[in-house]
Design a protein around this ligand. Structure first.
Ligand SMILES: NC(=O)c1ccc[n+]([C@@H]2O[C@H](COP(=O)([O-])OP(=O)(O)OC[C@H]3O[C@@H](n4cnc5c(N)ncnc54)[C@H](OP(=O)(O)O)[C@@H]3O)[C@@H](O)[C@H]2O)c1
Length: 259
């Protein structure tokens, strides 16, 4: 399918690997020029080179912490008026909610709620002005289904979800859409590191923990990041102009309800 976005520009936050990279890659395949981002320069430059070689698209790496005002300024300096914004960031570490002090809670809120909102504030009027804009926030299945140890992530992302629900309706008439992608368990470093940490905590083998987790997913496997990337690219396409303010679960059926 031609997504109809060839020649558009996108800022894809936190995209040197994992789900952000998968979104960047799928957009590049659709002919979108990219600003990609991460904090580790070597990793980010290697990713930029790989996407350029595979797709022939223009890729600008911006080494920055997206959670900081300076990081956001660097992204917008590289691309002041993007057509597409993919909000992504690292997630808070697994932690018992009793261990979270105020500083940890503020950091989690900053990463997973305030940062995407601040970036949306900065790009949305430009999108509305030109009559095209696509914003996708990578959140989590934890917005709908509690996951032990990820309460801060769930709360921050649920706050973002509620915040943008109203914003999406304000700009829908200008062909600007805002949607959230809710990953379940995708095979990335973050998921693998989670099993390694749980193995250390519990003494169980990490392969056993991963096998148990797979068995509990109706699809009987973890998601492939490419599946999320392609869904993201579709949400950014011309075909998805009537799809806004939605929460799209990609979880192999793990969330056990019809609504
Ligand atoms: N994988 C899953 O199953 C899953 C499920 C639900 C939700 N999620 C959420 O989806 C997001 C992405 O997860 P992932 O699995 O793709 O993680 P990942 O494999 O660990 O990749 C994280 C990416 O984000 C970049 N990054 C992290 N913090 C950053 C910051 N402050 N500024 C700029 N870049 C930053 C990392 O690069 P640098 O380290 O170089 O900065 C890396 O490119 C996370 O918020 C995660 O909680 C993932």
């Amino acid at each position: 399918m031609d997504l109809g976005i060839r020649g558009r520009t996108a800022i894809v936050c936190a995209s040197s690997q994992g789900l952000g990279l998968a979104c960047a890659r799928a957009l590049a395949e659709a002919g979108v020029s990219l600003i990609i981002n991460g904090r580790r320069r070597m990793q980010l430059e290697a990713t930029a080179a790989e996407i350029r070689a595979a797709t022939g698209t223009e890729v600008t790496p911006v080494v920055a912490d997206v959670s900081t005002p300076e990081g956001q300024a660097a992204l917008l300096a590289a691309c002041p008026a993007p057509d597409i914004l993919i909000n992504n960031n690292g997630g808070p570490p697994f932690r018992d909610f009793r261990e979270l002090d105020r500083a940890a809670m503020l950091t989690g809120l900053t990463m997973n709620m305030l940062t995407p909102i601040e970036l949306i504030q900065r790009v949305i009027d430009g999108m509305a002005g030109k009559g095209f804009g696509r914003i996708v926030n990578i959140t989590s299945v934890s917005v709908k289904m509690p996951l032990t140890g990820l309460d801060l992530s769930s709360g921050a992302r649920a706050g973002l979800t509620a915040f943008v629900a109203g914003v999406a309706r304000q700009v829908a008439g200008r062909n600007v859409t805002i949607n959230n992608l809710l990953p379940g368990s995708f095979d990335t470093d973050r998921l693998r590191n989670g099993f390694a940490a749980a193995a250390q905590r519990t003494g169980a083998a990490k392969d056993t923990l991963a096998a148990n987790a797979r068995a509990n997913i109706p699809a009987k496997r973890f998601g492939n990041p490419q599946e999320l990337g392609q869904t993201c690219a579709f949400l950014c396409s011309v075909h998805a102009g009537y799809l806004t303010g939605q929460n799209i679960l990609l979880d192999g059926g793990a969330y056990p309800a019809a609504f």
